[in-house]
Design a protein around this ligand. Sequence first.
Ligand code: KIV
Ligand code: ZN
Length: 561
Amino acid sequence: MIKEPISKYIPFVPLKMERRAWPDKEITQPPIWCSVDLRDGNQALVDPMNLQEKLEYFHTLVDIGVKEIEIGFPSASETDYEICRELIEGGHIPDDVTIQVLVQARPHLIKKTFEAIQGAKNVILHFYNSTSTLQRKVVFHMDMEGITKIATDAADLIYEMSKPVLEQGMNLRYQYSPESFMGTEMDYAVEICQAVLEHLHATPEKKVILNLPTTVENCMPNYFADEIEYFISKLPSRDCAIISLHPHNDRGEGVATAEMGMLAGAERIEATLFGNGERTGNVDMVTLAMNMYIQGVDPGLDFSNINKIREMYERCTKMKVGERQPYAGELVFTAFSGSHQDAINKGTKYMEESHSEKWEIPYLPIDPADVGRAYEPIIRINSQSGKGGTAFVMQHTFGFELPKAMHPEFGHIVQVETDRVGTELKPERIYQLFQENYIDAVKPYELVRHSFAEFTDEEGHSHVTFAGTIRHTDGSFQVQGSGNGPIDAFFNAIHGQKMDRFTFVDYKEHAIKRGSDSQAVAYIHLQDQDGKDWFGVGMSHNINLAPLKGILSAINRAVKG
Ligand code: KIV
Ligand code: ZN
């Protein structure tokens, strides 16, 4: 890199706008969507898609609900020509779907394109030529007049060639793109587009699509929105045009460009799934649509099985969807960080307890279920994770509702392990740690047999007597005690033994169903004479036995230190 990039790069010069209306606007309805996956996206692939792949891709787009699909450049490639014919002749195109074909503003290519679309029901014929200052200077060596003539000559030819086709009943519409619009003087862009509208005899009833691309994204999205607002305000035949955008993503701002462009008046967006396309890609249709969705606007596209769409996309294009790709990436619904996990945990509880219909979970801008990703672990555990995350996994994967006071202790056990192994811990390993540390803490003190006797006095008070045998590594001993319930009786029974340094702090029990087997799990909280907390867990089919095992689990863990 150089010290003074200004000596090498020409910065974008924003329009001088006294007033702008778009910043106060809101997106309240979806644009007309047009997919350019099969043309712009396909053109950018290392290995362009074959016929079968394109057909599968086309059907996926139809299933998603895209109604305008650019299927290729039939005059430029034999494969695109064949695909166009197969789509038409093979009956693949539903009646409510319009295919779009791209062609340069050159007579022989336009003629070939008309051949390619014979027999189709709904077609958008999309022609373009490049208009920017840079392209005029370095590629075409032409002035504005010459560039306009290319466009209007093409418009005349298209208009003439359409006549028999329209008579045959084809619903044929036109689209013109001033390619490299973003680098074109805005007044000239208006001039050439107006000329094209006139040569195509556009009317409010037969509108022409003016597609304004950021062929190479060259400015901040707010500057682009200014250009769109300006363009629209100056276009004399505004009511005869549908304003469409075709954002690329060179600055990584394609989505913002589309969104702000819509605020500025654009009505249609050309996009691709996951943002495939030349260089850094075209604007990502999924992100754009889902951004609207989580603002409460139905995008009119169905991404409720995003994994299936991603799988098709990766297979057909041989491209990868990045792990952090919005809404679709493998890791976008996963939290590793402790504080995020804690907040997600609290948000999930809040939603359950409040029965709120609104989605209010911090760090999860969208319900993963809405894109078919409810079954993936939201919380995954590595060395950055905290106690809340571990508790979440125990509850949501295995059904153990650890008491809050126990979270730090088990969280610490898990963290020591993540630090030791240096990698993510899978839920199964977390459960194993839980089992090893709590449920399997059955030595040195083990309850071998026991019985309870219970009676209720005249005042309704319950009196329980416990008698049992406890095995210790040194031998077995009998214990006996009474209390107002089984736990109290057992704790009093063992209190006189070597275990009397513990006080009973708290207890929680719930049922847990694993397969057809239902058991009780009891979490016991004891404190030793130094004020140190010890937790134990007991499981049993007998709800009276689970807490006793839990008490011994806590004591055994304390004895081991
Ligand atoms: O990026 C672009 O400018 C294009 C045009 C053909 C619309 O793809
Ligand atoms: Zn493009």
